[in-house]
Write a new protein. Structure first.
Length: 158
């Protein structure tokens, strides 16, 4: 294997499992329709929880608050706790890779506003909604996210 690929850094990211007082037993999911890679924006159709990378000199809490503001268009979010759960995966290895993989620190958060007023603030996301916890696995795209939500349930966070 190419030494350059092996020595690539791991991208640090954050994500949030978001509940809402007015929608008990539901969590927020987004439909991401564009993603950035080295070739620019490319179309996708992924259902996930809000996530994003941590910028230089940013703490995980600062990063998740920024990401939620960027993706959900709101600052009416209360971070409840950092969860003892991480989402980790490897990126496909190519000569243009910037990272070898990603580790996502997860937070439990609560949306404090009216869920009907949430609107995506970026072109990357076409929809956002709250879905019942007992049926969310059918909608989510990534098994790592499904596993993390199931772990949060089994640990009593949801």
């Amino acid at each position: 294997m190419d030494k350059e690929i092996i020595d690539l850094p791991i991208r640090q990211a954050v994500g949030a499992i978001i509940t809402c007082k007015s929608k008990p037993n539901e969590i927020c999911v987004i439909n991401k329709v564009l993603t950035e890679d080295l070739g620019g924006a490319k179309p996708v159709n992924e259902w996930d929880i809000p996530k994003g990378g941590i910028k230089v000199n940013e703490t995980p809490v600062q990063a998740i608050l920024r990401e939620l503001s960027e993706e959900l268009g709101t600052q009416e979010i209360c971070i409840k706790t950092e969860l003892p759960i991480k989402i980790s995966f490897d990126f496909p290895k190519t000569k243009n890779s910037k990272y070898s993989g990603q580790i996502t620190t997860l937070f439990l958060a609560e949306y404090l506003g009216d869920p009907t007023k949430l609107k995506p603030k970026t072109q990357e996301i076409s929809k956002l909604t709250f879905l019942p916890l007992n049926s969310i696995e059918k909608r989510l795209t990534f098994k790592e996210t499904k596993n993390a939500i199931n772990k949060a349930k089994s640990l009593g966070y949801l």
